[in-house]
Design a protein around this ligand. Structure first.
Ligand SMILES: [Zn+2]
Length: 152
C-alpha cells in the first residue's frame, strides 16, 4: 500500500452509469492513516451511507464506469488496494452473494408436501437465509462505519 504522499493521483474522480442511464460521480481519496474518503452522488448513498457503486469499484469491477481507461483503473487501485475499506467491500460482496443464493434457494422451491423431510429442508433453508441476512447486516454495518470514518 502506497502512502498518501506517494500516490501520483489522489483523489480519483470517476463517473459511473446505472442500467437506466443515470450517472453519478464517485470521489475517492486517500486521507490520513490509510483511511479512504469515498463519496458517491447517488440517492442510495445519501439514504444508506453506502451504495453498490462503491462495492463494485472497491472489488475492482469497472463495468459501470463511464469512459473506462487503464490509467484510471491504475490510479484508483493505487488509492484503494490494501486498505481496510477495500477488504470490507470484499466481505460485503461475499455476503451479498450468499444472501442472494439463500433467497433464490427458497424462491425456487414450491410447497410440494408436508412430510417430515421436506419440512426439515424448509427449516434448513430458512435458517440459511437468516444466517446470510445477519451476516450481510453486520458486513454492511462495518462497511458503513469504515466509510463514515473516512469522512471525519
Ligand atoms: Zn452510488
Amino acid at each position: 500500500m502506497l502512502t498518501r504522499s506517494e500516490l501520483p493521483e489522489n483523489p480519483v474522480v470517476l463517473a459511473v452509469q446505472d442500467g437506466d442511464g443515470r450517472q453519478h460521480r464517485i470521489h475517492t481519496e486517500r486521507v490520513r492513516g490509510g483511511k479512504i474518503r469515498m463519496t458517491c452522488s447517488c440517492d442510495s448513498n445519501r439514504a444508506a451511507g453506502w451504495c453498490d457503486h462503491q462495492v463494485q469499484l472497491l472489488c475492482l469491477r469497472y463495468d459501470i464506469v463511464v469512459e473506462r481507461s487503464e490509467d484510471m483503473e491504475f490510479h484508483f487501485e493505487d488509492v484503494v488496494m490494501g486498505t481496510p475499506l477495500a477488504d470490507l467491500a470484499d466481505d460485503v460482496d461475499v455476503a451479498l452473494g450468499d444472501y442472494q443464493k439463500a433467497l433464490d434457494a427458497i424462491g425456487l422451491k414450491r410447497l410440494a408436501g408436508l412430510d417430515s423431510a421436506k419440512l426439515h429442508r424448509v427449516a434448513e433453508m430458512a435458517s440459511d437465509l437468516a444466517e446470510a441476512a445477519n451476516h450481510l447486516e453486520s458486513a454492511l454495518e462495518r462497511f458503513r462505519k469504515r466509510l463514515a470514518a473516512g469522512l471525519v
